[in-house]
Design a protein around this ligand. Structure first.
Ligand code: C5P
Length: 490
């Protein structure tokens, strides 16, 4: 990340702040004037934040809502599965009828052309991190996107990070929202540096969160810290060990041989959190030798067994930022985004409810994974699945889980379809990082295919994760076109 371009990016955000304040006619009255009134502000427009439903979108929304609340700017908030053209048409009416200013977070870049056509060039601000179609164009004053400054929106900053920088520009006190930006970045799996570390602007945001005591970073064994130990070892190792992976009974024997107890004195299941440092060392040594001696793993494997964890200081009983991002994803995708957002804004009751929703979500996910696996179809260059009982809000999550957990799903991109409204299909596409390293860009492929087929809703996304919406009648041709386009990139 170049210092000059980072400065340009930060300056651009500062300019957007001026544009925003001017657009809503925000000005602080001087102290004398405000002595007799409780409010020291005067503004004409209220703000409506529209954000995406995944954890990056919900953290973006919570950051913006907190910042506006603190600045005494009234706002409304809506969470959408995607910024489809039908919503943009409704928003156009809203601006006209209610004199609103709109902030789009975690989407908007992909819909830029349509937004400009429908909304013109004022009354809204896009805070996004998706790759723009044309990087040669100068960014508009109503658009913030890291890609224009050669900063990757896939690995160096998420939408929550962009919203955080904007919030910090509005008021430096918003530095305490930095931990939310890290939760958002984890939701988009941006901790892709060595041992799960952050790179680029995310690293600077993490430094803010550490500086004010909202996050501590801890190195630990790279398995789930929340699931019972035998389940965590069976299903969440960074690389599979054929002798124990996927087999809870074998893991139990493995732990017994190491004299590591699976339950505590109150007969409760232990997790990685509950192990002593001595037990962790024993376990690590045993996993390394299991990997080397029995499974021919490379040295790389030992390195992957330790990773960074990001401990949150103020979301008790959820101490881990990655877990928090999963909880948010569950709230958004189950249709309870407000629970996730109010949890982030400090509401303890909402957090408890969100934890309950997460349990339901996990059950829904395991049923959907089974249905997806039973319905995989193999094409020349892609795999696909569709099942009418898989909800469109979770199809992306299922697609991600399959690509990350099944070796055979890493070889080709996985394109998933789920029923949406009015005979439309939601499309979610995911590819393993190795394919992306070789040059595959699913965001670009879906964009190009949809353009070629003149599909009404623009597609978009990142190289490893993208989405679209097509009419059911377009399915057959769409699959053929994507299969062909992926083949051409190989
Ligand atoms: O919807 P899904 O989770 O599959 O989307 C994957 C990624 O693609 C997300 O980052 C989402 O914001 C993006 N996307 C997009 N335009 C669409 C659909 C999805 O930018 N029309």
């Amino acid at each position: 990340m170049s210092k000059i371009l980072l400065d340009d990016f930060l300056n651009a955000i500062d300019e957007r702040k001026d544009y925003f304040f001017k657009s809503i006619n925000y000005k602080k009255k001087d102290l004398k004037e405000s002595e007799n009134s409780k409010k020291n502000l005067d503004f004409k427009k209220s703000v409506h934040i529209y954000s995406h439903l995944d954890s990056d979108g919900l953290t973006s929304a919570a950051i913006l809502a907190s910042a506006l609340k603190r600045a005494d700017i009234s706002y409304q908030l809506s969470v959408l599965p995607q910024l489809e053209t039908k919503y943009i048409e409704e928003i156009k009416q809203e601006i006209k009828s209610y004199n609103r200013f709109i902030i789009f977070s975690d989407f908007g870049t992909g819909q830029l052309k349509f937004l400009k056509k429908e909304l013109g060039s004022d009354n809204y601000l896009i805070l996004d991190h998706h790759q723009p179609e044309n990087l040669k164009e100068q960014p508009d004053i109503f658009h913030v996107n890291p890609y224009y400054y050669e900063i990757s929106g896939e690995s160096e900053i998420s939408a929550a990070g962009v919203c955080y920088l904007f919030a910090k520009t509005l008021d430096p006190k918003n530095i305490d929202l930095s931990s939310l930006a890290i939760i958002g970045a984890l939701g988009d799996m941006q901790n892709k540096g060595d041992k799960g570390s952050f790179i680029g602007v995310n690293k600077l945001i993490l430094d803010d969160a550490i500086k004010i005591g909202k996050i501590t970073v801890e190195k630990d064994l790279a398995i789930s810290r929340h699931q019972p130990l035998h389940i965590a070892l069976a299903y969440s190792l960074p690389e599979k060990l054929p002798t124990i992976s996927g087999n809870e009974e074998k893991v139990k024997l493995f732990l017994k041989a190491l004299q590591i107890k699976m339950k505590n004195e109150w007969n409760e299941r232990r997790t990685l959190f509950n192990l002593s440092s001595g037990e962790k060392k024993t376990l690590l040594k045993a996993l390394i030798s299991e990997g080397f001696e029995r499974n021919n793993k490379s040295k790389d494997f030992a390195g992957k067994l330790i990773t960074n964890f990001y401990n949150l200081s103020n979301f008790d009983p959820i101490p881990d930022a990655k877990e928090m991002s999963k909880l948010l994803n569950a709230c958004g995708r189950l249709g309870f985004p407000s629970l996730g957002i109010s949890s982030l804004m400090g509401d303890k009751k909402s957090l408890q409810k969100a934890i309950e929703k997460n349990k339901i979500f996990k059950r829904e996910i395991s049923t959907a994974i089974r249905l997806a696996e039973e319905n995989i179809r193999n094409y020349q260059n892609i795999n696909t699945f569709y099942h009418n009982e898989i909800n469109e809000k979770i199809v992306g999550t299922i697609c991600s889980i399959l690509v990350h957990s099944k070796e055979e799903m890493k070889l080709k991109p996985l394109i998933a379809f789920a029923d949406s409204d009015n005979h439309f299909l939601k499309v979610s596409a995911r590819a393993d990082r190795e394919l992306v390293k070789k040059g595959l860009n699913l965001g670009k492929i879906l964009r190009e295919v949809c353009k070629k087929m003149e599909i009404i809703n623009p597609a978009g996304g990142h190289p490893p994760a993208a989405g679209a919406k097509i009419a059911s009648s377009e399915l057959k041709i769409f699959i053929e076109e994507v299969d062909k386009a992926v083949g051409e990139k190989n």
